[in-house]
Design a protein around this ligand. Structure first.
Ligand SMILES: *[C@@H]1O[C@H](CO)[C@@H](O)[C@H](O)[C@H]1NC(C)=O
Ligand SMILES: *[C@@H]1O[C@H](CO)[C@@H](O)[C@H](O)[C@H]1NC(C)=O
Ligand SMILES: *[C@@H]1O[C@H](CO)[C@@H](O)[C@H](O)[C@H]1NC(C)=O
Length: 479
């Protein structure tokens, strides 16, 4: 009696496990268009299912799903970036919004610990799936890598190790080497921020100021191990807003994640130049706790402007640009520490948080970056919901107005895409930016899509039923 019952349960759990696993390992095939780079053939295959009956629609979707699964199985054919004679290959940039990984403290209950552990692997699953399917040329994490700027160096380090090894499945030995060089009495990582501060102030004093912001034609920071360029952006939860950001925040970010402001120019002296600009948007406005950090960001923008770059620009930054309320989930909001702030008096009146860049900073930044009137695209993070708007430049006044659709009266239109978060609550999205050089117009064309997974519970459910089914099956074998 019990055995029959148990056998049925095992069958049920095993079936659920199979369905769950098939789903989580093939989910991009359910949305083959938004989960693939934009390429010429795809424009043809757009779904025109509106006129079909329900049965025809269902069979269309099933066939599309199976075709897509089939085309990604076995033969590691991948999606080689088209590279016709003389033409540059497409840019395939995977943009991941705000992972915001949480920490584990002594007081954290075991269930939350498990949740955090699972969440790392849920995010890692998304990255693994995307990397295998898409073979991106660039991977950018849009800031807010962590969930809090109020953490010590050791916790910052520990989360970096999780970020590196669990989510992005990268070798983290180099992090241990850094910890061995730079640690406190109990061997835990501490950053040598006074050295960072001295160095920065020294460089700011020189004339011209002594900074290296530029790279050219870098396809990977570590070509022996990586065939893509990994870009980490600063977010307000990583370094704080400008009223919070200290030398310590910036020093540890730079040590573990790289520079906060830089550009990479590609194919500068060809007819198809383009570049990536990484901008630390937390340190543009104030009043700031360390005005030197803001000064450095503006120095970066002036240098960038002086490059007189003739190509297309992909701007990557965390905080979105100014827009009127109603265009996206967030509207402009600036908060300042009160003038009588008791807890940390040195922060009185400083910038506490911001949802957008101010109108003035938006104008200055966009005019410095998109000054050559070439097409480009902006990717941001921060609001979690995701959004798309157009920035229209009035050539006479140099003003930029945001709108839902292109304003035909203006000449230059740059699309800003706020990348929806990869967190489970927002369905584990990955953003796909394709850049294609149009040989007829001699311009780069940028297109974007979001590839959704599903809420983390589906992933969890699959893992649990998989373990249970393994357990039950082995019990059945033994009994
Ligand atoms: C970071 O990890 C190390 C090793 O696991 C641990 O000893 C240390 O307490 C962690 N740091 C914090 C702040 O929890
Ligand atoms: C990680 O890198 C170190 C040296 O940087 C190397 O010794 C080690 O074998 C690597 N580990 C893996 C798993 O590749
Ligand atoms: C970004 O972070 C990852 C993981 O820590 C690291 O491997 C990579 O080198 C970083 N990128 C840069 C430009 O330092």
């Amino acid at each position: 009696m019990f055995k029959t019952w148990f056998r049925r349960l095992t069958v049920l759990v095993s079936i659920l496990a199979i369905i769950g696993n098939v789903y989580i390992f093939t989910y991009p095939s359910l949305h083959p268009q938004s989960c693939s780079w934009r390429c010429a053939s795809q424009k043809v295959a757009m779904d025109a299912t509106d006129s079909l009956s329900l049965i025809e629609k269902t069979s269309f979707h099933i066939r599309r799903y199976l075709d897509d699964v089939w085309s990604h199985i076995g033969t590691k054919k991948g999606v080689k970036r088209s590279s016709k004679r003389g033409l540059p290959s497409d840019v395939h940039l995977l943009a991941l919004g705000d992972p915001q990984i949480k920490g584990i403290w002594k007081s954290t209950p075991y269930l939350s610990r498990l949740d955090t552990y699972g969440n790392d692997h849920y995010l890692g699953h998304i990255f693994r799936m995307m990397k295998k399917r898409l073979e991106p040329s660039h991977v950018a994490v849009m800031g807010d890598l962590f969930s809090s700027q109020w953490i010590g160096d050791s916790e910052f380090f520990n989360r970096t190790v999780r970020y590196t090894s669990r989510i992005f499945q990268r070798n983290s030995t180099w992090l241990q080497n850094i910890q061995q060089r730079s640690h406190d009495d109990s061997g835990l990582y501490t950053v040598d921020w006074p050295a960072f501060a001295d160095d920065l102030e020294e460089r700011l004093k020189k004339e011209p100021k002594d900074f290296e912001f530029g790279f050219s034609d870098v396809k990977s920071w570590d070509p022996a191990n990586d065939d893509y360029l990994f870009i980490n952006l600063t977010g307000n939860h990583d370094i704080g807003y400008s009223g919070d950001a200290t030398y310590q925040h910036m020093a540890r970010f730079e040590e573990l994640f790289g520079k906060d402001n830089y550009w990479v120019e590609y194919d500068r002296d060809t007819e198809h130049p383009w570049r990536i600009v990484v901008l630390n948007s937390m340190l543009l406005e104030g009043p700031a706790l360390q005005p030197q950090l803001v000064e450095k960001t503006w120095e970066f923008l002036y240098r960038l402007f002086e490059q007189r770059f003739e190509g297309s620009t992909v701007l990557l930054t965390h905080v979105p640009f100014y827009k009127t309320p109603g265009l996206c989930a967030d509207s402009e909001l600036f908060r300042y520490y009160p003038h009588d702030y008791e807890r940390e008096p040195y922060k009185q009146n400083l910038l506490r948080s911001q949802n957008h860049l101010s109108q003035d900073a938006t104008k200055r930044v966009l005019n410095l970056i998109f000054d050559n009137d070439k097409p480009g695209v902006i990717l941001t993070g921060h609001d979690h919901e995701g959004c798309e708007t157009w920035y229209n430049k009035d050539a006479k006044s140099g003003d930029w107005t945001a709108s839902k659709t292109i304003q035909a009266s203006t000449e230059l239109h740059i699309r800003e895409i706020t990348v929806r978060s990869m967190m489970g609550e927002f369905d584990g999205n990955a953003g796909l930016l394709t850049g294609h050089f149009n040989s007829r117009t001699k311009l780069w064309e940028w297109s974007f899509s979001l590839c959704p997974f599903s809420i983390q519970h589906v992933w969890w459910f699959t893992k649990v039923v998989t373990i249970l089914s393994g357990l039950f099956l082995s019990i059945l074998v033994v009994v």
